[in-house]
Design a protein around this ligand. Structure first.
Ligand SMILES: *Cc1c(COP(=O)(O)O)cnc(C)c1O
Length: 392
């Protein structure tokens, strides 16, 4: 149908369809929780990043409503012009307290926090070494920065050390970037080992705690806390949109780093400040993370139970189709041989009342079904999932 310079779009879409890579959004119509109203059908939700069940929490809703009534719906400008509110400072202090860092800065999303931080702290004279499985925002931030980018094998610090040994001396600054909990596999980065490599080769180290914040560590501060590394100098980025049930991103680190980013980070300076509702909801969520450790404990129990029962059906790392992939987080994957089998499995799960997405290339190198557990899943809901997995 389309002609001329836009014709290629149809061809490209056709190719996506043929490879079973085509994707489209599905409409959810209920309040966030452990079930989904999905196109007229109620299914159990194993596809949510709302790990603690806070996105539909009455207290977050009330905090957002109060903020809208006091400050309106939009923040009307960038933080350095007319967009800054007291709520932003309160949220930044709360993040710094949770993370045990000197300061923090909130961005309009985790994606923008990564892009804006990386682009601010390294440039064309510098080197970035990133895990090959890093999130898209780390990879695109690296590209945008203009630095030389080298990827190392997934969580392979021997490979990283070899690449540092060979390349580090040719560059001014060096930044190592990694997810702390990997979003597509659920495995975790060995934080202390990476920090000591960073020290040895005089590199800055950036951890993306998007899936770890509120979930990992004794107080829910993340993977850095889980490994007892809080207080060491590093850069921590994360999101307000997963376990914290809101929208937005953050960077936490030294006062000097944050001061520098306020002056040099383009995706913070040239964008509208986070909305009052999102800011207030995230602030309330952090207070709940700090005062209700039982939510994190319940999530941990659900994860342990599901993994234990799943490995009775499909032994860990064994078999071919599906493979039960090892995980140390609420993200648990069954690897499948192709995009097509992953789609079929996801469809069968949906017919049986379970929502868990097929994750396919180009998001990941190999197709899989991904289950995300929540603190608000009941044992019965997890049992239902296990029953369905046994059947298919
Ligand atoms: C979700 C995610 C982001 C992006 O966060 P948003 O706030 O959703 O933009 C960044 N990094 C990782 C590892 C993520 O999983």
């Amino acid at each position: 149908m389309t002609k001329g310079p836009y014709k290629w779009l149809n061809k490209s879409l056709e190719t996506l369809h043929k490879a079973n890579w085509y994707r489209s959004e599905k409409t959810v119509s209920n309040l966030p929780g452990s079930t989904l109203e999905l196109e007229g059908k109620t299914v159990i939700n194993f596809a949510s990043n709302d790990y603690l069940g806070l996105a539909g929490d009455e207290r977050l809703i009330q905090s957002a409503i109060a903020a809208v009534e006091q400050y309106g719906t939009g923040s009307t400008g960038s933080r350095l012009l007319s967009g800054h509110r007291d709520l932003h400072s309160q949220l930044e202090q709360a993040i710094a307290r949770l993370k045990q860092t000197e300061d923090a800065l909130v961005f309009s999303s985790g994606y923008l926090a990564n892009i804006g931080t990386i682009a601010a702290i390294v440039g064309s004279k510098d080197l970035i070494l990133g895990d090959i499985y890093n999130h898209s925002s780390l990879k695109n931030g690296a590209k945008l920065s203009g630095a030389t980018v080298i990827e190392y094998l997934h969580c392979d610090f021997k490979d990283l050390a070899a690449k540092l040994e060979e390349n580090r001396h040719q560059y001014r600054r060096c930044l190592i970037t990694t997810d702390s909990v990997f979003s597509m596999d659920g495995d975790i980065c060995q934080v202390p080992d990476l920090l000591s490599l960073g020290k040895k080769y005089d590199c800055m180290v950036l951890f993306d705690e998007a899936h770890a914040t509120g979930v990992m560590g004794k107080t829910g501060a993340g993977c850095v806390e889980h490994f007892g590394c809080s207080g060491e100098e590093m850069i921590q980025v994360g999101t307000l949109s997963k376990a914290l049930g809101s929208l937005g991103g953050y960077v936490a680190g030294s006062a000097t780093l944050i001061d520098f980013l306020r002056n040099r980070s383009p995706s913070w300076i040239y964008t509208t400040a986070l909305s009052p509702a999102d800011t207030a909801a995230a602030l309330r969520a952090i207070a709940i993370v700090e005062t209700e450790p039982q939510r994190r404990a319940k999530l941990g129990e659900n994860v342990t139970y599901f993994k234990q029962e799943l490995s009775k059906i499909i032994p860990l790392s064994k078999g071919k189709n599906p493979v039960n992939l090892p995980s140390e987080s609420p993200i648990i994957c069954l690897g499948l041989e192709s995009a097509k089998t992953a789609l079929i499995a996801s469809e069968k799960l949906k017919e049986a009342g379970i929502f868990a997405p097929a994750i396919r290339p180009p998001t990941v190198p190999t197709s899989r079904i991904r289950f995300s557990l929540m603190a608000t899943h009941t044992t019965q809901q997890i049992e239902e999932l296990l029953t369905v997995i046994r059947q298919i």
